[in-house]
Design a protein around this ligand. Sequence first.
Ligand code: SF4
Length: 66
Amino acid sequence: MQIYLDAEKCQGHNRCYALAPELFDVDDYGQAVLILDGDVPAELRDKARLAASNCPEYAITITQES
Ligand code: SF4
């Protein structure tokens, strides 16, 4: 599973960080940044899906679902 964060869509609600701090951090401007290089380990896939489905800006995309 790959996760992608579109920084131009992100509005900094920080829901992703609250739901999955193993995957996201917040930068100095309050915007989300991915901690990982995009490759989500198996044990964090549920959290990745949760964060993506809770992002109100649709800024988080998951690909190569398996
Ligand atoms: S939930 Fe979406 S809009 Fe909010 S900080 Fe995370 S990526 Fe950005």
